[in-house]
Design a protein around this ligand. Structure first.
Ligand code: ADP
Ligand code: MG
Ligand code: ZN
Length: 646
């Protein structure tokens, strides 16, 4: 599946530090320049005289007045203008330090003298000399931190980093969210609570404090929250659960406090906590001993306290999103906290079509594009996958210099999402190519005979994606929400079909089937331990669901006696072996078809549509297939075919 482009991350916290650091630097520079420039700028430049000359002039009685400072003496000399009027000329000299005779000399010569008036700028300089160095230091620090691309926002420790979206500033409206109508209706109600709170409070109703939006990744939880910001005319605080957890212990809790303080001041408003599971994982439990959990626990406790602390009708509504509700601390879901749950599920066919429409709004589509058909071909795709699909198709069309996006672009895009990029550069040698061809045809023939798995649409020996040297695409004809036991068996046999074909034709197997074997075994294990479909072991859940199984700690399997563990293993092996047996048996029955189809695939590299169907329609089911599909068992008189070992 494509990696979700998290475009809300781009709207990062505002560059507060840079602003402070930057403007501080500018201000300081300005002040210093001013200080340096001012005296020489405003005062006239006075002629400088050597100290000895000054003393001489005093003793000659020429000096009228003097202002004696510690490192500067300003004095005036009486002169006459050309027209005979008395005038004054001012000079400066630098006194020799510790000339203690100076006052006496001045007095003796009748010079009017005094100290300079206290400097008006003095206090500023004093203050600056104390304050400036740390300010400069912080300014530079902040500047450097920012240059490192945010850095560990050390200057904003304890501040919530919630971004505030004002009304409409996210640019997302409910119209942009499709295919999740129930969730939308529920959240529209929230917007209404905020817009006309008194309609509800008048009747004594309490507005819900917290809403938990639950759903798999990419189904539009964040998008919905943004749409609320776009629709509600109230401030909107958005923060991600992981942002609470920081470098320093205690910071998370402080952040929560700060966030709620801000929110209460701005009520009515919405606080959106994305990825709540980062914060709200069950406390204690198996993982309780790890240091990092302490911090999370504190933060979570603070969140619970804050949620209890404010009155329901203050108008602060907290919306949280998670894709793992099962790991959340039960305390979070108590009434008065996140007691409302809105489920956002993967869209159904109609939903997918609606989402495709939303994303195709700005894309030029050719006549032949049928979004309904694309919706049928994309079961299991979430909103984010569909958005990505439309974009991929548009990119492909652009690369071909087309005027509009055609259906073939969409088909290729679907394949890219399902199987990865084509890698024609990966050159296989003849043996490898032949092995891959038989392998894929093996999948296809068995897939065609199995119930529920959908049509085999395409087989290819063009390498794709990370590991696939060839691939078989099987498309379900409709959305499926359950798998019946015979379909699981069929799926396991189909997965083993590739390897079985290699065995049948070459008498030896390649490493190419490892992924198939992995998947087949997983499915067989779930058949026994999760779905409880085994006759021998019965409907007992041997696998713990995630609620009891805290990631990374403890055993996912319920504690079972060694005897039961052995039985599970035997049962799993039995299921896989039987499926393998059936796969081999089908391929032997259809040996000619296998050869023909593989030869044609080798020539054409890709087989699809009618050409492929023509081949696969000829596939014949062996006698024991139906019995096996029904019971999972093979009649005992037929011995299990010897499995080759690599
Ligand atoms: P989540 O938060 O559930 O993981 P997002 O809200 O981040 O998923 O979805 C990612 C992107 O996928 C969105 O920005 C949007 O383009 C697209 N998308 C997801 N769900 C929908 C939807 N229901 N309708 C329209 N677009 C969607
Ligand atoms: Mg999200
Ligand atoms: Zn395979």
């Amino acid at each position: 599946m494509p990696v979700e482009t998290n475009n809300n991350k781009r709207k990062m916290k505002p560059p507060k530090i840079r602003q402070i650091g930057g403007s501080l630097l500018i201000l300081l520079t300005f002040v210093f320049l001013l200080n340096a420039i001012v005296p020489s700028f405003f005062g006239p430049k006075l002629p400088q005289v050597p100290y000895s000359d000054f003393i001489g002039q005093v003793q000659a009685g020429k000096v009228d007045r003097a202002v004696v400072g510690g490192d500067r003496i300003e004095y005036s000399i009486k002169t006459q203008n050309a027209d005979g009027k008395p005038a004054e000329q001012v000079f400066v000299t630098t006194p020799v330090a510790l000339d203690l005779d100076l006052p006496k000399i001045l007095r003796d010569n009748n010079v009017e003298f005094g100290a300079p008036p206290p400097n008006e700028n003095g206090w500023i300089s004093t203050l600056l000399s104390w304050v400036a160095p740390p300010l400069i230091f912080f300014g530079i620090w902040g500047f450097l931190l920012n240059r490192q691309g945010g850095g560990p926002a050390a200057l904003t420790v304890g501040k919530s980093k919630a971004r505030i979206y004002s009304e409409g500033s996210t640019g997302v409206k409910f119209l942009d969210v499709a295919g999740v109508d129930e969730a939308k209706a529920e959240l529209e109600e929230i917007v209404d609570f905020l817009k006309s709170a008194d309609k509800y409070t008048r009747l004594g109703a309490k507005i819900p404090k917290g809403v938990l939006v639950v759903g798999p990744p990419g189904t539009g939880k964040t998008l919905l929250a943004k749409a609320i910001a776009g629709e509600a005319s109230v401030p909107f605080f958005s923060i991600s659960g992981s942002e609470f957890i920081e470098l320093f212990v205690g910071v998370g809790a402080a952040r929560v406090r700060d966030l709620f303080e801000q929110a209460k001041q701005q009520a009515p408003c919405i606080v959106f906590i994305d990825e709540l599971d980062a914060l709200g994982k069950s406390r204690g439990g198996a993982g309780g001993f790890v240091g990092g959990n302490d911090e999370r626990e504190q933060t979570l406790n603070q969140l619970l306290t804050e949620m209890d602390g404010f009155d329901a009708n203050t108008g602060v509504i907290i919306i949280a999103a998670t894709n793992r509700p099962e790991v959340l601390d039960p305390a979070l879901r108590r009434p008065g906290r996140f007691d409302r749950q809105v489920v956002v599920d993967r869209p159904d066919k109609i939903g997918r079509e609606a989402i495709l429409k939303v994303h195709a709004r700005n894309v030029k589509l050719a006549e032949d594009v049928d979004l309904g058909t694309i919706a049928i071909r994309t079961p299991g795709f979430a909103g984010a996958d569909l958005a990505n699909l439309v974009n991929e198709a548009a990119l492909l069309a652009a690369r071909q210099n087309r005027q509009a996006v055609i259906m073939a672009d969409f088909n290729e895009a679907i394949e890219r999402v399902v199987a990865g990029l084509e890698k024609r550069s990966r050159v296989l040698n003849e043996t490898e190519k032949k092995t891959v061809a038989y392998h894929e045809v093996g999948h296809a023939i068995i897939g065609a005979l199995m119930p529920g798995a959908g049509k085999v649409e395409k087989i290819s020996v063009v390498p794709r994606g990370v590991g696939a040297l060839g691939y078989t695409i099987q498309m379900p004809e409709e959305d499926r929400f359950l798998m019946i036991e015979d379909e699981i068996r069929g799926r396991i046999a189909t997965l083993l079909g590739g390897r079985s074909a290699e065995e049948t034709v070459f008498g030896k197997v390649s490493t190419g089937a490892s992924d198939d074997i992995q998947k087949a075994t997983d499915l067989a294990e779930r058949y026994v331990t999760v779905y409880g479909m085994s006759d021998e072991l019965g409907p007992v859940a041997f696998e713990k669901v995630q609620q009891q199984f805290i990631e990374g700690y403890g055993n996912p399997r319920r504690s079972v006696s060694p005897k039961v563990a052995e039985e599970i293993d035997r049962e799993v092996k039995q299921i896989v072996d039987n499926a393998h047996h059936i796969a081999l048996s089908i391929l032997q029955e259809n040996r000619d078809l296998l050869e023909q189809t593989a030869e044609e695939l080798l020539q054409k590299e890709i087989l699809e549509g009618a050409a492929l169907r023509e081949h696969l329609n000829q596939a014949k089911a062996p006698a024991e297939l139906n019995e096996w599909l029904r019971t999972g068992k093979l009649s005992q008189d037929k011995p299990l075919m010897q499995t080759l070992l690599v």
